[in-house]
Each structure stands twice: as C-alpha cells, then as structure tokens.
Design a protein around this ligand. Structure first.
Ligand code: ZN
Length: 316
C-alpha cells in the first residue's frame, strides 16, 4: 500500500449522536461506528420503560441508525419487532431529510401482565425472542421508489445477533455487529453505541462474492479486531469514535469518512391527527371526549395533543 491511511485523531471532529463510516486499509471490508448520547436518552426517557426493555429498544435504535445512515437517498428506514412475548412490538425508525441529519424515533409496546410474570432480569429471548417472533426491515425512499422489506426470525440473544442473521440470510453479506445501550454510571442518562463491519464482494457491487483463502483470512482478522472492542468502550464519553476506531484497527490503518449526524425527531402532527379524528362519527367523538377535550397521544414521542370536541365535529 503506497497510500498513507488518513486517520483523523482530532476529538473536535467527533462527538455523540453521529455515525462514522470507515474502511480498513487493504481489506474488502466496510464498517460503521455509532455513538448516541442525548438523542437516545431523550427517546427512552420520554417513556417509563423498565431498564431491560429500554436496553433492547436502545439497541434497535442504534442498529436503525447504522442502517439508516447507509441510505443514499432521503427516505425512512424502519425496524420493527413482533412477537407473542411480553414486548409484542418494538419500532425504531430513521428519517433522512435533505438537511442530511438522520432523525431517530422509537417506542416499545409492553404487555404489562406478561411482563410482570417474568422476574427481575428477563432475557432478550424471554422478552421478544419468542418462537414466532420476527424483525422486519423496511426501506421507504419516497413515492416513486419501490419499497423494500426484509424479514428475519428473532432467533438470537441480542438485537445484534438478529441483525447479523438478517445480513447473512437476506443479503448474503457476512456481517459482524456489536451494540450496547446502558445508563451512564455518573449521570444515569442513557447512552448507546455500536460498530459493524461487512465483508464486501471483491470488485463491483452485485458481482459474485469471491471467498478465497486470502479474503477469508482478511475477513476473519477484521471480525476479530472488531470484536476486541470492549462493551464500555462503545459508550465511553471520553473516547470519541475516531480514537476508538484507531485503537481497534491501527495496525492495518483505518480510513474514516464524513459522519452522519443524528437528531431526535418525530413526525406526529396536529393537523394530521385532527384529520384522522374528524373521520369519526359524532357518537364516537362523544365517547372520546373526556373533561371536554379529546386527547391523542403519540406513541413515539409520548406527546399529547388536545382537541376541542367542536374541532373534531366541525370538519366531519
Ligand atoms: Zn410524536
């Protein structure tokens, strides 16, 4: 390799709430690292989820940010789990708009009765990884683009394992992923982090994957290096993503690319909600009215919108 690897080491370039794409020198491997601070804390703190549920939703949001930031066009990436377990549904979505900022939101549906039956430290499998459960990935890139949907069983003990299975089965792309969500030991605020590497088919995209001895050794090396990341390093506020990548891959050299920035975002909208409740009959409107108002709650951001019954009737 005659080219000198570019390693950005200035921490000023790195901070929370961003996804950093990278490449390892001399390898057919691409990767992405993500660190989420205030954005994941605001999303999870808007609800009163038990910590084990918040951790899984945090991982799902982190995975969604990793995949969403790979979109080449504006659009929405949605990841949704469904199962018959105590957490029947979880949703995370990432919306990319023209300003280049990825907006994240998500929520978890909890069956309180089933949840209460599961002891203090319920496992991933116990909460959402039930036999019939699945994870669906949807990519929506606007009206004139075809919608993509992929589905994988919720087999595995973490969201990262499920995602790994998805890439192997649906996209035949060897992928290694680590995700971590936890409360900061000092502040108690939620933080999340993750890293993924993928084995690229040699040559142009869409060509047959060549797995000869060389590329296999290369891929094994990349996965071993990636898995050497410590759980606490994924979240450490003192260790920015570029330094983390340098720590993991400096022997080979790591090249980093422009980061995608993340923000908390929701698409709930008063006018749209009013349009929905205006479809109801006067009888239904009466039933929905409590204390002379109709309250509608957004599941994602937990914001409540109040409408006067006359507003709902006025347009019907
Ligand atoms: Zn909302």
């Amino acid at each position: 390799m005659s080219e000198t690897p570019i390693v950005i080491k200035d921490p000023a370039f790195s901070r929370d709430n961003e996804v950093r794409p990278f490449a390892i020198e001399g390898m057919d491997v691409r990767g992405r690292a993500v660190r989420i601070g205030t954005v994941v804390d605001q999303i999870l703190s808007a609800h009163d989820y038990p910590d084990p549920v918040a951790r899984i939703l945090g991982d799902l949001l982190t995975l969604t940010a990793l995949l969403g930031s790979m979109m080449k066009f504006d659009g929405i990436v949605t990841m949704q789990t469904k199962s018959g377990g105590p957490v029947p549904m979880m949703v995370a979505d990432y919306e990319m708009r023209a300003d280049g900022v990825g907006r994240l939101r998500g929520y978890a549906d909890i069956d309180e009765t089933k949840y209460a039956a599961y002891g203090k430290n319920p496992s991933f499998h116990g909460l959402i990884g039930c036999k019939s459960g699945y994870l669906a990935l949807t990519i929506d890139q606007g009206a004139d683009m075809e919608r993509y949907q992929g589905i994988v069983d919720l087999s595995g003990e973490t969201i990262a394992e499920v995602a790994r299975n998805y890439f192997m089965s649906s996209e035949q792309t060897p992928t290694e992923i680590r995700l971590r969500t936890d409360r900061d030991a000092v502040t108690g605020n939620w933080r999340a982090g993750g890293i993924m590497v993928q084995h690229l088919a040699r040559g142009e995209e869409g060509k047959e994957r060549i797995l000869d001895r060389d590329t296999e050794e290369q891929w094994n090396r990349a996965s071993v290096l990636m898995h050497s990341v410590k759980e606490e390093e994924l979240l450490d506020p003192q260790l920015d993503l570029d330094n983390l990548l340098y720590r993991l891959f400096n022997e080979d050299g790591v090249r980093v690319f422009e980061a995608a920035h993340l923000a908390k975002g929701c698409r709930c909208d008063r006018a749209r909600l009013l349009a929905v409740i205006s479809q109801f009959s006067d009888d239904d409107v009466d039933h929905m009215t409590v204390d002379d108002k109709i309250s509608v709650n957004c599941q994602f951001c937990n914001k409540t919108f109040d409408f006067a019954p006359e507003e709902a009737r006025g347009t019907a």
